[in-house]
Design a protein around this ligand. Structure first.
Ligand SMILES: Cc1cc2nc3c(=O)[nH]c(=O)nc-3n(C[C@H](O)[C@H](O)[C@H](O)COP(=O)(O)O)c2cc1C
Length: 259
C-alpha cells in the first residue's frame, strides 16, 4: 500500500509510516465494541512452581536525594566497575521503582509506572552477573509476589552483550534488565493501537529505573539496539505473543561524577 492520498501530508512508504497512520484514533472511524471480559488475557505471568523462587527483600525507601537533583543529574552511564557486587537490597529497590505494586483497588493492583488501561503488558527479566546473594542467571520478576523466578543458571552477560549488538557495557553491568511485551494483554482492549501503548509503557518503566538508579548512585543505560530474536532466545520466549522490546544495563560506578 503506497497510496499517499489516503494519508494527506504524510509519507506512507514504510510499515512504520503506515502503522502510525493506521492506528490513529479518528472521530469518524471509532467502532468501540466494549471489552469481552471472558477473553481477558492473564494479567500476570508465572512460571511453573518447580522453578526456584527467590523472595526479594523489602525495597529501602527510607532516604533519597531531592527529586529535582535526580532529574538534573540523570544521565545514561555506560562505564561500570565489573568487579563489584550489587547488594540484593539495591536490586530490590530498583525493581520496585520500575514495576513495583504501589496501590490496590478491589482486585486491581497498580504499579509505580503508569500503564495504558492498567493492563501492564510489560514483563521484566534480569540477566544477573554480579549480585550479592543471587547466583548468576536469567530471572523473571513477579511484581505481584515481589520475587524472582530462576529460569536459567549461569552468567549470560557476554551472550546478552552480543544480543545488544555487541554493546560492551552489558558484559560489565552487574545486572541487565530485559523487558518483553505480552502483546495480547494490551491488544485485547486496544487492538493494533496496543503497540503504541506497549512502547510508551516500556519508556515509563525505564525512566523509573533511571531515576531510581540515579538516586542510588548507580549507572543505567537504556538499550533499544538489540537483535530481537537473540534476546528472545536468551529469556526463552517465542518473539510473537511475547517479544523482547527493550533492555537497560545497571552497573556500579567507579566514581559517580557528582558524588
Ligand atoms: C529508546 C532508547 C533507546 C536507547 N538505546 C540505546 C542503546 O542501544 N545504546 C546506548 O548506548 N544508549 C541507548 N540509549 C541512551 C541514549 O543514547 C541516551 O539517552 C541519549 O544519548 C541521551 O543521553 P542521556 O540519557 O545521558 O540524557 C537509548 C535511549 C532510549 C530512550
Amino acid at each position: 500500500m503506497n497510496d499517499r492520498s489516503q494519508y494527506p501530508g504524510s509519507k506512507t512508504d514504510g510499515i512504520g509510516d503506515r502503522f502510525q497512520q493506521e492506528t490513529k484514533y479518528d472521530p469518524e472511524r471509532m467502532d468501540y465494541q466494549g471489552l469481552d471480559w471472558s477473553r481477558r488475557p492473564e494479567p500476570y505471568k508465572d512460571y511453573p512452581s518447580s522453578l526456584a523462587r527467590i523472595a526479594l527483600p523489602e525495597p529501602d525507601l527510607s532516604s533519597a536525594p531531592s527529586l529535582w537533583n535526580v532529574f538534573a543529574n540523570r544521565r545514561s552511564r555506560r562505564s561500570y566497575d565489573a568487579k563489584k557486587l550489587l547488594p540484593i537490597s539495591t536490586l530490590s529497590t530498583l525493581l520496585w521503582a520500575a514495576q513495583g505494586i504501589s496501590a490496590q483497588q478491589g482486585e486491581f493492583l497498580f504499579r509505580t509506572a503508569p500503564s495504558a488501561g492498567a493492563l501492564y503488558p510489560i514483563e521484566t527479566y534480569l540477566s544477573v552477573r554480579s549480585v550479592d546473594d543471587l547466583e548468576p542467571g536469567i530471572y523473571h520478576f513477579r511484581p505481584q509476589a515481589f520475587d524472582l523466578e530462576l529460569l536459567n543458571k549461569g552468567d549470560y552477560s557476554t551472550e546478552l552483550a552480543g544480543a545488544a549488538l555487541g554493546q560492551a557495557m552489558v558484559a560489565k553491568a552487574q545486572v541487565t534488565f530485559i523487558w518483553s511485551a505480552m502483546v495480547e494483554r494490551s491488544k485485547w482492549k486496544y487492538r493494533q493501537r496496543a503497540y503504541r501503548y506497549i512502547y510508551l509503557d516500556a519508556g515509563h518503566i525505564a525512566e523509573n529505573l533511571y531515576l531510581a538508579a540515579e538516586a542510588l548512585g548507580l549507572g543505567v543505560c537504556a538499550i533499544g539496539a538489540l537483535f530481537d530474536d537473540q534476546a528472545n532466545r536468551l529469556i526463552g520466549i517465542d518473539g510473537g505473543e511475547e517479544t523482547a522490546i527493550y533492555m537497560a544495563s545497571v552497573g556500579l560506578l567507579k566514581n559517580h561524577p557528582r558524588r
